[in-house]
Structure formats: structure tokens, C-alpha cells
Ligand binder design. Structure first.
Ligand code: FAD
Length: 495
């Protein structure tokens, strides 16, 4: 009897499975069963500075009463980018500066899907998504296709789906810009994502381990330990500064001393000073500080081509070209439009988006040509008539501002609030900060003061600790800074 029952259930199970497998795959059905048709839908693309500020500032009422809020991003966490250089050298641990996007989403009753937008149809108000993604086209070679794609031997097909929106908030950031310089993608590391910082940390360590082998010649050691950072904006400067600290604080104590005299840290830029967007006084101070620390500042210099272990550079004034050998080169030189913004532009009426550099939006962040249904925040958008720099500070304030507008709509129960022609975002610049190494920093606090040196370093450390998006992360960052000061960086190579 037991055997007969078993075979009966097995047959039934097989039939059910067969039916399931032969049924057509749903395309976009999931959204229609989970989205409340009586509410308008806000779809948010991204989980970076702009998106997280928007999500956190949205009132719970927004989701409860008037809107379905759906967030979609290939990155299921927020990344606190200003401390990424610290992560690259082990001064700060990765987990201390990332925050799961699911926490605020769950608290507010929103939805989140881990996928990337691949297309936008502004006429049908639909966004297409896939979970087969890489975080950015130019970063692809450094980033594994985790989670997406036809994983586990093709058993899990990649998923494609559409979501309809009433309001679309595009906060997809930007991607590294090579400015068409040949060889950058092949021979340089980019520096924008957690994976880049991990790659940097691992490569630096691998180079010192290799250089320490007894069979290495002086020439080989010098080749290995020649680091070049291309771009002397805040990211490049902070990365070079952190590398300097790693070498002279930690490598110096743990690796053979003889290696130190063969280390060379170089920073290349087209401008005549480091941090060229900062106050002139700060530019001068930072440039002198680096030169005194023996970080080689190769200024007024344009990178023309990157080949294996060699940069071809040209003097900006004379045009004279020369070759600059390197062991490891990091490209920190600018950003360009995320390709998904082109899809948005292509679906808007002709002539509404004259530039291909960023989405053009009005003073209240409504993307031109979209009838107020598409908003752009952060690095992916340029506001008109007043454009703001591509910084976390701007993205954050834009996110807050936009959330306030949706909160107001929810408060008044009136969607028309969003169409207010007088609505205007006004950016307040709160200052610029950059770490320059040896516990020193530079800080330009508008209308208050300019700080340089160790005092500014203390200010920078305190500011970065308290500015985390959660109290938990503030504790972790503070602890990491203390740990690094007492015990030094962890310089073991795990990958
Ligand atoms: P991001 O924060 O880049 O977020 C973009 C989001 O969109 C990501 O979650 C990404 O996964 C997602 N996304 C990408 N493609 C898609 C897609 N197709 N579909 C859906 N989602 C997508 N600024 C400062 O003001 N101060 C600093 O000290 C500072 N330091 C920095 C240090 C480093 C190393 C770097 C790289 C940047 C730094 N910046 C700093 C700049 C700052 O990080 C950016 O200006 C800011 O991140 C822009 O925010 P955003 O929301 O526009 O984009």
C-alpha cells in the first residue's frame, strides 16, 4: 500500500512539475499583482546618494495613501563614496561604508528589485529591466556578474521585466569617462565602486609581496612599485594620500625596509595644481604638501595613450610628448553619462534634450520633454538655468528636495502640487573637504574659514564619521579609524 501511494504521489508531482515547466514564462505579471492600482506609481532608478536621500526623506504617508514606491538598482546597497579611498588601503572596512537599501525600503513599505534599467519608453511610461547586468560598461572587466545572468550552469535564466510608472526618478549616477584616451580600459583600474577598492587593495598588496621575494632585481622592484594616479581631483588626491599612508605607516613596519626607497607614487593632471576646483590657497597647500611628502606631482600634463605599463603623456603648454612607465595605474579622471540616460533621451520628443552629456531638467528637476513625469537627480542630470557640480552633496540635497515635493502632494492629497511651475531647487554649498595624507586634510567652509593640516584632518575624520547614513555605520567608521591608528591597517591579501 505504501509503495502504491508513493508511486501515485510521484506521478502527481511529476505531472504538476511538467505543467509548471511547460507554462509560458510571465513577462511583467509580477508588478500587476503587487502594485495597488488605485495609487500612482513612483519608480526610482538607483541606490546611490540621490536615491537614498530621496527614499529616506519620503514620508511613510506617501506610500500609505497615494503612491506605490518601487526602487530598482543593480546595487542592493548604498555606498558612502567619500571613504572609498580609505577602503582601498584597509584603513576603513568595506562593510562600514555600505548600507543595505532594503532596510529603509522595508521601514517605509516600499518595494525593491535588484535589477538594472535597460530601456525607458516615455510615451508608454514603462521601464524595462534585467537582472543580467554589470554595474557600468567601462567598469565591466573588474566587476563579476554576481546575481545576474544565467547562473549555475544556465539553470537560472536571466530575468527581464517591465514596470509602468506615473513618476520616474532617474538617479543612476554617472560612469567613468576615459575621454577617448586609448588603452585606459585595458590597462587602468577605475575607482568608483567597492569592487575597484577591493581590486586596488589586493593589487597593491600583491605587488609588495612579490617585490619582497629574494630573486627580484632592483629594476623589477621599481617597476612593480611605481604607482600612478591619473586625475588630481579629490578622488585622485585622497587615493594617493591613502596609498602614501599605507606605504609609510604600515608597509614600512611590516615589509623589508629596503623596498621603501624603490616605491614611487605619482599623480598626473592637466591642471597646474592639485584640487583645481578648490580655493587657490588650498590648491597651493595641497600641491606643496604632496611635493614635500615625495609624491611626484606631474602637472600641466595630458595623458594621450595608455599601453601595458607605459603612459604616453604630453606637456599641456609645449605639446612635447614623453613616456611614463608605471606598475599600476588608476584612472580617476572624470565621469560621463550613464548609458541608460540615453534611452530616456531617445524616448523624449526631438529637440528636448540638446546635449548628450547629462539629462537636462528644469529648476525643479523635471526632465525636459517629459511633461513632469520624469525627474532626474544627482550626477545624471544638469539643471537649467543653474547647473550644479556632480557631487554627493548636490545629489543628497536634490533627493531631499524632491522627496519634500512628493510629501507635500501626499499631505494635501493633491497630485497637482507636483506640477507647480514656481517650484525651484536651490543648492546650498556647505563646503569642500579632502584628505591629503599624514593625518592632514584641507577644508573650505564657505563664509567661515579655510582649514589646512592636522586640525583640518581631525575635522575631516569627525565629519566623515558622523556623516554616515546610519548610526551603526558611524560607529563602524569611528571604530575603524581608531583601530587603524592603534594597530595599523590589515595588509593581508585575501583575493
Ligand atoms: P551614485 O551615487 O553613483 O548612484 C548611482 C546608482 O545608480 C547606483 O546605485 C547604481 O548602482 C545605480 N544604477 C546604475 N545604473 C543603473 C541602471 N541602469 N538602472 C538602475 N540603477 C542603476 N562627492 C562629494 O560631494 N564629496 C566627496 O567627498 C566625494 N568623494 C567621492 C569619492 C569617490 C571615490 C567617488 C567615486 C565619488 C566621490 N564623490 C564625492 C562624488 C559622489 O560620490 C557622486 O557625486 C554621487 O555618488 C552622485 O550620486 P548619484 O546618486 O547621482 O549617483
Amino acid at each position: 500500500f505504501a509503495a502504491a501511494a508513493d508511486s501515485h504521489w510521484n506521478d502527481r508531482l511529476e505531472r504538476v512539475l511538467e505543467q509548471k515547466l511547460s507554462a509560458p514564462e510571465p513577462t511583467s505579471s509580477i508588478e500587476s499583482c503587487t502594485i495597488d492600482p488605485n495609487k500612482k506609481t513612483i519608480v526610482v532608478l538607483g541606490s546611490g546618494w540621490g536615491a537614498i536621500s530621496f527614499i529616506k526623506a519620503l514620508d511613510k504617508k506617501v506610500a500609505r495613501d497615494m503612491f506605490n514606491v518601487v526602487v530598482v538598482s543593480p546595487r542592493n546597497y548604498f555606498l558612502y563614496t567619500p571613504l572609498l579611498p580609505g577602503v582601498a588601503t584597509g584603513a576603513i572596512e568595506t562593510r562600514s561604508i555600505v548600507e543595505s537599501i532594503r532596510r529603509p525600503i522595508a521601514e517605509k513599505g516600499f518595494k525593491y528589485y535588484e535589477a538594472a534599467a535597460t530601456g525607458v519608453d516615455a510615451q508608454k511610461k514603462t521601464v524595462s529591466f534585467t537582472n543580467r547586468y554589470l554595474t557600468s560598461a567601462t567598469a565591466s572587466k573588474w566587476l563579476p556578474n554576481v546575481g545576474g545572468g544565467d547562473g549555475e550552469g544556465g539553470k537560472h535564466k536571466s530575468q527581464h521585466f517591465d514596470i509602468n510608472y506615473d513618476y520616474l526618478v532617474v538617479a543612476v549616477g554617472a560612469i567613468p569617462n576615459t575621454f577617448g584616451v586609448p588603452g585606459v580600459e585595458q590597462h587602468c583600474l577605475f575607482f568608483k565602486e567597492v569592487a575597484h577598492a577591493a581590486q586596488f587593495r589586493s593589487q597593491v598588496n600583491a605587488r609588495f609581496e612579490r617585490a619582497a621575494l629574494p630573486s627580484m632585481s632592483v629594476g623589477q622592484i621599481e617597476d612593480l612599485l611605481r604607482f600612478v594616479v591619473i586625475g588630481a581631483g579629490p578622488t585622485g588626491v585622497e587615493l594617493a594620500a591613502e596609498l602614501y599612508d599605507l606605504v609609510y605607516n604600515d608597509v614600512a613596519k611590516t615589509f623589508p625596509k629596503r623596498l621603501l626607497k624603490h616605491v614611487s607614487i605619482n599623480i598626473v593632471d592637466l591642471q597646474d595644481r592639485l584640487l583645481s576646483t578648490y580655493d587657490r590657497d588650498i590648491q597651493n597647500y595641497a600641491t606643496d604638501f604632496f611635493q614635500k611628502a615625495n609624491i611626484n606631482c606631474i602637472l600641466n600634463t595630458q595623458v594621450k595613450e595608455v599601453k601595458q605599463c607605459v603612459l604616453t603623456v604630453a606637456d599641456k603648454n609645449t605639446g612635447e610628448e614623453k613616456e611614463l612607465p608605471f606598475g599600476m595605474a588608476v584612472w580617476c579622471s572624470g565621469i560621463k553619462m550613464n548609458p541608460v540616460c540615453e534611452k530616456v533621451m531617445d524616448s523624449l520628443p526631438e529637440g528636448s534634450q540638446p546635449s548628450r552629456r547629462a539629462l537636462l531638467a528644469d529648476k525643479a528637476m523635471r526632465v525636459k520633454g517629459s511633461d513632469g513625469s520624469i525627474y532626474g537627480i544627482g550626477d545624471c542630470v544638469t539643471l537649467e538655468p543653474k547647473a550644479y557640480p556632480a557631487t554627493a552633496q548636490v545629489a543628497k540635497q536634490e533627493g531631499y528636495y524632491l522627496a519634500e515635493r512628493f510629501n507635500k502632494a501626499a499631505e494635501t492629497g493633491n497630485y497637482a502640487v507636483l506640477d507647480d511651475p514656481n517650484a525651484e531647487f536651490v543648492y546650498t554649498h556647505r563646503g569642500s573637504l579632502a584628505y591629503i595624507g599624514k593625518d592632514a586634510a584641507v577644508a573650505d567652509i564657505p563664509g567661515v574659514t579655510i582649514l589646512k593640516g592636522i586640525m583640518a584632518g581631525l575635522f575631516w575624520k569627525s565629519f566623515e564619521t558622523v556623516s554616515q547614513v546610519s548610526v551603526g555605520n558611524s560607529f563602524k567608521v569611528g571604530f575603524d579609524m581608531l583601530r587603524t591608528r592603534i594597530f595599523g591597517r590589515d595588509i593581508s591579501r585575501l583575493m
